[in-house]
Ligand binder design. Sequence first.
Ligand code: EPZ
Length: 419
Amino acid sequence: MRKIIINGGKPLTGEVAVSGAKNSVVALIPAIILADDLVVLDGVPAISDVDSLIDIMATMGASIKRDGETLEIDPRGVKDMPMPYGKINSLRASYYFYGSLLGRFGQAVVGLPGGCDLGPRPIDLHLKAFEAMGATISYEGEMMRIATAGKPLHGAHIYMDTVSVGATINTMIAATKAKGRTIIENAAREPEIIDVATLLNNMGAHIRGAGTNVITIEGVEKLHGTRHQVIPDRIEAGTYIAMAAAIGKGIRVTNVLYEHLESYISKLEEMGVRMTVEEDAVFVEEQGKLKAVSVKTSPYPGFATDLQQPITPLLLMAQGQGNISDTIYEKRINHVPELARMGANISVLGGRIVYQGPNQLSGAPVKATDLRAGAALVIAGLMAQGTTEITNIEFILRGYSNIIEKLRELGADITLVED
Ligand code: EPZ
């Protein structure tokens, strides 16, 4: 099993470039199954979720060429077959194959998806949307069949009971070639939804309103090829900005779309973090004393649930006390005992995370319990005095491309070792 070893306390400085958005590319790749020609993606991050998706697509018959951050996908060879079971469980986002296989073949036979341990991760909203569009759901052992029994999907007026990124994107994908109009109300508004709609529209789809809470899709017969640049990863950007504020002596985070991080940056400013927002970068100075603040997550454009863990080490060095409440995943707290092991005054009280700063963290053996918890532990390890060993690091490599190289470039003493 591999682990990350960090000798902390080293001041970091320089420039780090943000890669393409994981939560966009994990939807873009399956959506390409709908095309009847080549599609090229630029700015694809080097993360293991992409490796898994490429494996799944290739197993199903797509031909894929990867050259650095460019993926050339020819989906024409994709067969109407049950999803390869083993791979499906490696990532929750495999649910996007439901929408694209349903849209192309009128059926999808899949194993139930895996993903991080963030408490129950239902897919009822995805299935409700597919049923509204004419599909029926049946279960055969661990496999689930979503099928339209030969008729194409038809448009529907769908109201999402909960704002859901995955259900919004999956419904949009399935509706692209459905007969007639689909309206999604109470849609999620994340930038990744706009990115998927942009790809589909450039392939010939008719999607309007992506990024607002009402999305309208007019079904089309065919989708052709295109070339598409993946948007920058706002969560990776937020992670490096927090790290730069915590342990940096002047770090420029580049390939950042400020408008994707407005609520996050205003929270950092509330703490007193000094930074300059540039054209497509954020320069973070070396910080003085910071003020403890409280964080409450909400769907975009609110404070992202994915950033409440990465910002926590920075909160821990601020003066005063605060709390963090995640309204989207109340169980997203598994990083708390690990940070406490590093000497942090942090705990979970009545469903909220409470902390008291400032803290001087000490290196310790800790384990990553999910992707963003792992990122928080990396930042904490860089801040801590002494050596931190992080296990279960496969989670981290799912969402942070070349994280070891990027941090080494900044002067970090960090190594990935085979145990
Ligand atoms: C996406 O997950 C992201 N993953 C998550 O990022 C992110 O935390 C989450 O959106 C929220 O922003 C990807 O995009 C691959 P949801 P998703 O559907 O789509 C409930 C990371 O670290 N819900 O927006 O699975 C659900 O329980 C990952 O990069 C239902 O009830 O999340 C949650 O409370 C972690 N029924 C809320 O909605 C459903 O059918 C929001 O979930 C679907 C969701």
